[in-house]
Structures are given as structure tokens and as C-alpha cells.
Design a protein around this ligand. Structure first.
Ligand code: NAI
Length: 328
């Protein structure tokens, strides 16, 4: 079975090529271009396509893929908010994903963002490079004995909760399901979490019910001087409201690996472009905001697990077996 990879980067190819000999039944075809209704129309003789977080796996794309004979979409990621599952089912296309390739990779990046924003590492780095050794404006807060609020205590949220506990923080959580592994976490309602946390980290999936979970109303319920981190999905935070909150000095730091409007930017070098998205540019203008480009997953361990599970998913499909990662 041939699998056409969309948005394939060198690190994707490296990790898949390392193991491809273990799967002689699978032929891998790498395309750098992103999946869209237009690029889907170029697929030829592939029963499967492999897509990622920024791919357009909408009904329109799935219709074209179906016409091209595609029967399987392999998402090489955990989130699937960019996939129209109902449309895939309607077109007889199976969708599989990689549910938990390395929760620690994402959680460690979340803490890195929290630390960088809190201790102004992004500013300190640039200052020292310019021979400016002044500490003015670099004061942070101890995380020790402060309260971390984890929204969504699944695999990644649990890993973040453990890291926060390691920092000596009190950890509180909000989720509709209590994670039985997290006996040290106090579960509270969302409003209480917002009002008590010194660090808030988002780890719930993007769904209709969580879209713009962080908006001006929820921001107003937060403590002044809170650090907010989002490594989950951009749509969880209403950017205009976040900007309003930043202007009102609500946050001592904001760390974003994901943000609304990221799709145009993610994994592209746009150094020479004039960015047309004003909200992204406004976010980047604040001294207490640090933004990375959807890279929380990017560790050797995570890439290795992603390639392994994706290839196993393809084999399960080929053999007509269940992998347990099916989304339809
Ligand atoms: P998971 O499914 O193990 O955990 C998600 C948790 O969120 C579950 O416990 C669920 O009950 C909870 N939840 C659902 N709706 C909620 C709500 N309204 N309020 C509070 N909690 C709610 O998922 P996992 O593996 O922990 O991933 C979480 C998210 O992280 C993914 O959906 C994905 O969007 C994002 N992610 C980001 C990456 C990055 O590179 N930045 C990489 C991998 C995942």
C-alpha cells in the first residue's frame, strides 16, 4: 500500500525512513506540500494519505481524496479537530491517529514556556547577546508553593501535573473525568481553578464545547499576575480577549505554542513576508508573551513513537484489523 505524506518535513522523513524497512508492505511517498482540496487532486495510486495538524482534512478535501481512491487517512498527531470525521465516514474513508505518542514531550514544552515567560528568558537571552547585563524588568515569581491549574487532565495534562508537583506546586485540575492516576490533584470547578491558579495550563482538546474557553469573562475570573500557557489548540483562546487581558496587565506571562491564525505560519519560513494577520503581530508585540510554532511535540522520542504508531496503524488497516486508534 502506498501512503502519500503531506507537509512532510526533513525530521518526518528521517523518523519514518529509519523504520520503513520493517514494513515492506508499505511504500512511502513524501510531499512537502500541505493537504488541501487542490493538492488532494494530485494524489495518484495511493490508498492512504498521511496528514498533520495544519492539514485541511475538511469535507471538501475528503471528497476529492475519495474520488482519487483514498481509503485511509493517517493523522500523524493526536488532535483531530481539523478532520471532518462525519464526512470521512460518509466517503468510506477510515481515519486513524496517534493518540498519545509522548505526553511528556508536550508537557515539558508547556513548562518551558511557563518558565520562559515567568523568568523573561526570551528577553534575557537577547539582552545578554547585546552585552546588556541589566536585570531591569526581569523579575519573576517562584513557582514553588504556588498553585498550578491544569485544564484537561488526560495524558498531557497528567504529565504537566506531575511536573508542577515536582516544582513543589499545589496542583488543581478541571476535567469532567477525574484521572485516577492523579491522587495528588485536587479537582475543582472551572471558575475555582481560574480564581486560584498562579499558572494555568490548557490541555483539553478543541471541540465546540471548548472553543474560546478562555475569553474575556474567564480571563476576568483569573488572578492578577497569572501565567497562562496554551500548548493544546489555538481555538481554545479567544485571541482578541487575550490581548485585552494582556493590556489590562492581567498576566505576568503568556506562553503560546498554538494560537488562532497559526495555520498560515506553522512550519513555514516567512521571514521575508509581511504578515497580514494583525492579531498574531499584536500578540508578538507584547514583552511578556512568548510564542513558539506548534513545536511542543518535537522530540526524538515523540517523532519515533509517531512514526511507529502511524506505520502500525497502516498495517492494521491493511490486514483488516483494529488498532484502537480509529476515529470512525
Ligand atoms: P487526552 O484525550 O488524553 O486528554 C484530554 C482531556 O481533556 C481528557 O481528560 C478530557 O476529559 C478533557 N476534556 C475534554 N473536554 C474538556 C473540557 N471542556 N474541560 C476540561 N477538560 C476537558 O488528550 P492529550 O493526549 O492529553 O492531548 C490534549 C490535547 O493536546 C490534544 O487534544 C491536542 O489538541 C493537544 N496536543 C498538542 C500538541 C502540540 O504539539 N502542541 C501535541 C499533542 C497534542
Amino acid at each position: 500500500m502506498r501512503i502519500t505524506f503531506f507537509a512532510a518535513k526533513s525530521y518526518d522523513m528521517d523518523s519514518f525512513n529509519k523504520i520503513k524497512d520493517q514494513y515492506p508492505e508499505l511504500e512511502l511517498e513524501y510531499w512537502e506540500t500541505e493537504l488541501s482540496p487542490k493538492t488532494a487532486s494530485y494524489v495518484k495510486d495511493s490508498e492512504a494519505v498521511c496528514a498533520f495538524v495544519s492539514s485541511d482534512v475538511s469535507a471538501k478535501t475528503l471528497k476529492v481524496l475519495h474520488e482519487k481512491g483514498v481509503k485511509l487517512v493517517l493523522m500523524r498527531c493526536a488532535g483531530f479537530n481539523n478532520v471532518d470525521i462525519d464526512a470521512a465516514t460518509e466517503y468510506g474513508i477510515k481515519v486513524m491517529r496517534v493518540p498519545g505518542y509522548s505526553p511528556e514531550a508536550v508537557a515539558e514544552h508547556a513548562m518551558a514556556l511557563a518558565m520562559a515567560a515567568n523568568r523573561h528568558l526570551h528577553k534575557a537571552y537577547i539582552r545578554v547577546r547585546e552585552n546588556n547585563f541589566s536585570l531591569q524588568g526581569l523579575t519573576g515569581l517562584n513557582f514553588y508553593e504556588k498553585t498550578a491549574g491544569i485544564i484537561g487532565t488526560g495524558k498531557i495534562g497528567a504529565a504537566m501535573a506531575r511536573i508542577c508537583r515536582g516544582f513543589g506546586m499545589k496542583v488543581i485540575g478541571y476535567d469532567m473525568y477525574k484521572n485516577p492516576d492523579l491522587d495528588f490533584v485536587e479537582y475543582v470547578e472551572l471558575d475555582e481553578l481560574l480564581g486560584r491558579s498562579d499558572l494555568i495550563s490548557l490541555h483539553c482538546p478543541l471541540m465546540d464545547s471548548t472553543h474560546h474557553l478562555i475569553n474575556i469573562e474567564t480571563i476576568n475570573k483569573m488572578k492578577d499576575g497569572v501565567v497562562l500557557v496554551n500548548t493544546s489548540r489555538g481555538g481554545l483562546v479567544k485571541t482578541d480577549d487575550l490581548i485585552a487581558g494582556i493590556r489590562e496587565h492581567k498576566f505576568s506571562g503568556v506562553g503560546l505554542d498554538v494560537y488562532e491564525e497559526e495555520t498560515q505560519n506553522v512550519y513555514e519560513n516567512r521571514e521575508d513576508d509581511i504578515l497580514m494577520h494583525s492579531t498574531t503581530a499584536r500578540l508578538l508585540s507584547f514583552p511578556n508573551v512568548i510564542v513558539t510554532s506548534h513545536q511542543a511535540f518535537l522530540t526524538e522520542e515523540a517523532l519515533g513513537a509517531i512514526s511507529q504508531v502511524t506505520m502500525d496503524n497502516a498495517m492494521a488497516f491493511l490486514k483488516g484489523e483494529k488498532s484502537g486508534t480509529e476515529l470512525n
